[in-house]
Design a binder for this molecule. Structure first.
Ligand SMILES: Nc1ncnc2c1ncn2[C@@H]1O[C@H](COP(=O)(O)OP(=O)(O)OP(=O)(O)O)[C@@H](O)[C@H]1O
Length: 261
């Protein structure tokens, strides 16, 4: 069960100039607090700094200013308590499905029997039974992302950082993946930060949706999603869902327009 609160204070990120160009201010001072067990979706126009923010929380990038902490412990690099899943398929091609899922467990030196038990549990939870010995290239896109999710979850992180994890999938597969993730989150209630371009996906999954402004990005607005859990796909057809969608669409359209000048 997640226990630590994520504190982001005044975090900024500026990328150095390339050649004669000016430096890119990707993220203006950003404050965000995420309580244990929250599911926070982040929406915003392309290039507004969503991935930058997520990578900083993951410890894969360093902020130019500001501080991040889990409770009182500063975040200064990657850590096992934060698991990340990216949009593009990032499985190790030289490892089988089971070996990919076991990767972090093996790195941490868990006994083989324990590794096998954990892998079996996440194979079952992500519907990959029968594919344990397949290579990533033998899997469909949806299966590869299920494996990436299983690999992240197997390490039992407190916080899951998901950067458009379903962005490359077809519509039907994407909807099934949303339901799978929701089912897992409803059972485990891990803290989730989820970057997406898809407003329906954000509302369906999240307990809170943040909208980022056009670059330099910052948090422009936030909407607490009052739809009760457990949620079924049919919630997407409700009046409440449509009202939330209309509000978020208004906010995002304004930012997209700014971002394309
Ligand atoms: N390593 C880097 N070096 C230079 N500029 C970068 C780097 N990474 C990101 N940027 C710039 O920072 C800005 C924010 O990028 P980021 O990838 O965080 O946006 P995003 O909101 O995730 O975009 P998208 O929705 O298109 O994935 C962009 O202008 C991008 O060009």
């Amino acid at each position: 069960m997640s226990r630590q609160t994520l504190h982001i204070h005044g975090v900024t990120r500026s990328f150095p100039a390339q050649g004669k160009g000016a430096p890119t201010l990707a993220l203006r001072p950003t404050d965000l607090t995420v309580a244990p067990g929250e599911f926070v979706a982040i929406l915003g126009p392309s290039g507004c700094g969503k991935s930058t923010l997520l990578r900083i929380v993951a410890g894969l990038d360093t902020p130019s200013g500001g501080t991040l902490a889990l409770d009182a412990t500063p975040i200064r690099g990657p850590g096992a308590e934060r698991g990340m899943v990216f949009q593009s398929y990032t499985l190790f091609p030289w490892l089988t499905v089971a070996e990919n899922i076991a990767y972090g467990l093996r790195e941490r030196g868990l006994p083989r029997a324990e590794q096998r038990a954990i892998v079996a549990r996440f194979i079952a939870r992500t519907g990959l039974a029968g594919f344990e010995d397949h290579w990533p290239k033998q899997l469909s896109g949806g299966m590869q992302q299920r494996c990436a999710l299983a690999r992240a979850l197997a390490n039992d992180p407190e916080i899951l950082l998901l950067d458009e994890p379903f962005g490359a999938l077809d519509h039907q597969t994407r909807e099934l993946m949303q339901e799978l993730l929701l089912e897992i989150w409803q059972a485990d209630r891990k803290t989730v930060l989820f970057v997406t371009h898809d407003i329906d996906e954000a509302i369906f999954l999240a307990s809170r949706v943040l909208v980022m402004s056009a670059r330099p990005g910052g948090i422009k607005s936030e909407v607490v999603v009052p739809l009760p859990y457990p949620r079924e796909w049919t919630v997407k057809t409700t009046v409440e869902f449509a009202a939330l969608k209309a509000r978020l669409m208004g906010d995002i359209r304004e930012e997209v327009r700014k971002s394309i000048g």
